[in-house]
Design a protein around this ligand. Structure first.
Ligand SMILES: *Cc1c(COP(=O)(O)O)cnc(C)c1O
Length: 416
């Protein structure tokens, strides 16, 4: 049996094998922009949902520009993300602000910079935003009223736990009973036009997503009615999954669209929004890192890599490794030639492990590994400072060419 992983686009293989740069020997990221663009264009072939990009998944300039070129809008959750999006020339009217830690100062700054869409997550945020708008120079101008969605956190009888909460209590949004204490008429400076809900991450089953979405409609429409809101917009967040473990599960996008058309009609909303993170970008990024040592410890084959969770933290906090392959010309994994290795990084903690994964038995020191699905939650979701290693370089691959966007940086660049 021969297997070629579905996550690896071999058209980039040669560029990675021939790439030589001493600075990148501590590991680097590559994003395949042409393939990303084609994927995003396919996601836009529908008129059911309005698509936003959750910037935290990958805030690299070139990634934001590619999403912009395919008509995505931007969900930002910090001042840093807003600055990065605006620096790419994005109109602030195409920016949505989510996040549980919005101070009045931050809300005021966002309003001043022209952001017109907010997801509010607490009663304080709602009051502060109303005040911030009233304190502007022309508060009564009708088109100055920002669109505001209330973020709702529901409790479910069944379900599972994950980083976004699932059934556990999180700081994201408020319960229906808390929101029921307000009335839309009390916030004349705001256009309270919708609800936001997002509690499940990395979903891989269309049936399960549809079932969860369906169960949300009644509590949400009831809430809107009871607070005097005309429910024009429903934002279902992100959470569309990536099959990190290669279990053969994958969402069908056309099914997602069919299901959401039903949800949209049942909820009776004018607009349905999604903020995609990993589903938009994960597949189009790779992380390349060399093997620096190999040994056997208590019968377990171990590889030590030049970098581990200092560049790729996600496996340590989710227990889901990114898939890996060796970088060799025209490599094909043949039955009997592979074995499981523990893959460790350089940090002095047992947490620094990128997985227990299959690689060729003859994997040697100096060879390079390539990890897949690293286009989302890679570079900026890492812990790069511990033990004073290098910050990883970031490249884009476009028109058959590898171009550096950010050079690797030694510890001296950030140590004081
Ligand atoms: C992180 C996040 C997303 C994207 O999540 P994915 O799981 O990557 O799809 C969407 N909306 C909000 C509010 C988020 O915080």
């Amino acid at each position: 049996m021969m297997t070629t992983p579905t996550w690896f686009d071999t058209s980039i293989e040669n560029a990675l094998i021939t790439h030589e740069s001493p600075e990148d020997e501590q590991g680097y990221f590559v994003y395949q922009l042409d393939a990303l663009k084609a994927h995003l264009a396919a996601l836009q072939q529908q008129d059911v949902i309005k698509l936003w990009f959750a910037v935290k998944a990958n805030p690299l300039s070139k990634i934001i520009q590619t999403l912009d070129s395919e008509g995505f809008n931007f969900d930002v959750a910090s001042s840093g993300e807003l600055a990065q999006v605006l620096a790419q020339g994005i109109d602030p009217e195409r920016v949505l602000n989510t996040g549980p830690a919005k101070s009045k100062k931050q809300l005021t700054a966002f309003v001043k910079q022209g952001v017109k869409t907010f997801v509010v997550e607490s009663l304080n945020q709602l009051n502060w935003l109303n005040e911030a708008v009233l304190e502007q120079d022309q508060p009564n101008c009708e088109n100055a009223r920002p669109k505001v969605l209330l973020r709702v956190q529901l409790q479910w009888h069944e379900g599972e736990k994950n980083p976004l909460g699932g059934n556990s209590l999180t700081p994201f949004g408020l319960s229906v009973s808390e929101w029921q204490n307000i009335h839309v008429d009390s916030y004349p400076a705001l256009d309270l036009c919708g609800l936001h809900i997002f509690q499940w991450g990395n979903m891989l089953s269309n049936e399960k997503m549809f079932s969860l979405w369906s169960q949300m409609i009644t509590p949400l429409t009831d809430l809107a009615n009871s607070i005097g809101m005309t429910l024009d917009v429903l934002d279902l967040g992100g959470g569309l999954g990536i099959d990190y473990l290669g279990e053969g599960q994958a969402l069908s996008w056309s099914r997602v669209i069919e299901d959401l058309a039903i949800i949209k009609a049942k909820a009776g909303v004018k607009e349905l929004w999604l903020e995609l993170g990993r589903y938009a970008v994960a597949e189009y990024g790779y992380y390349v890192v060399p093997v620096v040592d190999r040994k056997i410890n208590y019968n377990q084959e171990q590889l030590v890599l030049a970098a581990g969770i200092n560049h790729l933290l996600r496996p340590a906090i989710t227990d889901q490794p990114f898939p890996v392959q060796i970088l060799r010309e025209e490599f094909i994994a043949e039955e009997g030639t592979m074995q499981a290795f523990d893959l460790h990084g350089p940090l002095c903690t047992s947490m620094d492990k990128l997985g227990h994964l299959q690689l060729p038995k003859d994997t040697a020191v100096g060879e390079q590994l390539v990890f897949g699905y690293c286009g989302a939650y890679g570079f900026t979701e890492s812990m790069p400072f511990f033990l004073c290693h290098e910050l990883a370089a970031e490249y884009v691959y476009q028109n058959g060419t590898l171009t550096q966007v950010r050079a690797a940086q030694p510890a001296s660049s950030y140590l004081a």
